[in-house]
Write a protein that binds this ligand. Structure first.
Ligand SMILES: Nc1ccn([C@@H]2O[C@H](COP(=O)(O)OP(=O)(O)OP(=O)(O)O)[C@@H](O)[C@H]2O)c(=O)n1
Ligand SMILES: C[C@](O)(CO)[C@H](O)COP(=O)(O)O
Length: 385
């Protein structure tokens, strides 16, 4: 079978007017990186794609450079006021005899769709991914018009794949006074056959503001809830203050410990580590390690937070209970709650801080020390467990 040089032409020159916002949608972050970067990375990852050219809007160079970083791409092409003009400008820059034209606004591009499109080009001038229509569709306007039988309709996606020369011919022959929202209609108008292949729900275009949330949900693997519990104790010693929940609390005693002995944060560290099954505070910060002598415990908590994040986790809620006869926790509760929320980069509504005595019973009742319990609820990707 003859081999072909296949170019991908990513059109990213739009202004995203239907979404608005301070930067065009293709440069905004979804699922951890710019929309455009997702699309480009999917094409970079496909072995059949020999060249990727991105078409950007005039003045979008800095946004493009930030989104693409050091990915190995040729210089971008400047697009036009209309999508078809952007495609035409891009066609002048590509070198492949086959081309896939893709909306940057469709970030998630399954390799299986690329496979199907390339296969279809073996026997057709063009090929596009389509999906069936689920809703009843009717002619709109000032009054409801006739229903259009959905069996006669498909939802058209991109990439749209073509023999490059035929697409160039179709653009050249197109009546510039007419709009063309995609390339397939231009190729069909030039009387070339355009095949249809199965599209994908992952290929949905980001068009309106709510589409970003839908895209995040489409991309994020199923998240499952995990709960962890932590417990810690520190004895009192001489001093004039102690640290609780990242807050300095004046008191007639201090708490003894290798670090700053913040018993509340230590319990919370163990609770977070418990949600991802990653040991405990002692395994991460051994009391035998001189680096942690007198250390502020907030760094232990942010480390546990980062481990949860690196595991793809999202902290939903934490609940800390401080157990002691003194000091009184109530006056410090707002500050402790705010500090824990700040350290975990969550809202205060996601942080509960409670306190209790043991009715003079046990070591806490005798004023020998302070205990703390913590529970953390985190959502983590199911695949990772
Ligand atoms: N003059 C244009 C218009 C659109 N596009 C690109 O074509 C794709 C699909 O177009 P659309 O979703 O309509 O993007 P925008 O035109 O930016 O959106 P809007 O219509 O809301 O302004 C997008 O990746 C967009 O960047 C382009 O390259 N050049
Ligand atoms: C090209 C396209 O994405 C195929 O569905 C669609 O036509 C783009 O339309 P828009 O008006 O530019 O969003």
């Amino acid at each position: 079978m003859m081999s072909h040089r296949i170019s991908a032409l990513v059109v990213a020159a739009g202004s995203g007017s239907r979404i608005g916002g301070d930067i065009p949608k293709q440069y905004r972050i979804v699922a951890g990186k710019p929309v455009l970067a997702h699309a480009v990375d999917a094409l970079l990852a496909h072995s059949a794609i020999d060249e990727i050219v991105v078409v950007i809007g005039d003045g979008q160079g800095a946004l493009y450079a930030e989104a693409i970083g050091d990915r190995p791409l040729p210089a971008p092409v400047i697009g036009g006021a209309l999508r078809r003009e952007s495609v035409a400008n891009g066609l002048a820059a590509i070198t492949g005899d086959w081309v896939l034209v893709h909306d940057a606004a469709r970030p998630f591009l399954p390799a299986s769709v690329i496979d199907r499109l390339i296969k279809a080009l073996e026997t057709a001038a063009g090929a596009i991914p389509v999906l069936p229509v689920a809703d009843t569709l009717a002619l709109g306007g000032p009054t409801l018009g006739d229903v259009v039988p959905r069996e006669t309709l498909v939802r058209v996606q991109t990439p749209q794949a073509f023999h490059t020369k035929l697409l160039r011919d179709a653009h050249a022959a197109w009546d510039a006074s007419r709009e063309a929202s995609d390339d397939a209609q231009m190729v069909r108008h030039a009387r070339y056959a355009v095949a249809m292949v199965e599209g994908s729900a992952m290929l949905e275009k980001i068009t309106w503001a709510e589409d970003f949330g839908a895209a995040e949900r489409r991309h994020a693997p199923a998240l499952v809830s995990r709960t962890g519990m932590g417990f810690d104790v520190h004895a009192f010693t001489q001093g004039d203050h102690l640290w609780l929940g990242g807050v300095k609390v004046p008191h007639g005693k201090a708490l003894a410990g290798h670090s700053d002995a913040d018993v509340a944060l230590h319990a919370l560290v163990d609770a977070l580590l418990g949600t991802i099954g990653d040991g405990d505070i002692g395994s991460h910060f051994p009391p035998s390690d001189e680096r942690w002598r007198g250390a502020a415990s907030h760094q232990f908590l942010t480390h546990a937070r980062d481990l949860v994040t690196q595991a793809g986790g999202r902290i939903d809620h934490v609940d800390v209970t401080i157990i002691c006869e003194a000091p009184k926790i109530g006056p410090h509760r707002p500050a402790i709650r705010a500090r824990i929320a700040e350290l975990l980069a969550i809202s205060e509504a996601q942080v509960s801080v409670k306190a209790t005595t043991t009715e003079k019973l046990g070591f806490t009742g005798r004023g020998e020390g302070i205990a703390a319990q913590a529970v953390a609820t985190v959502r983590v990707p199911e695949v990772g467990l």
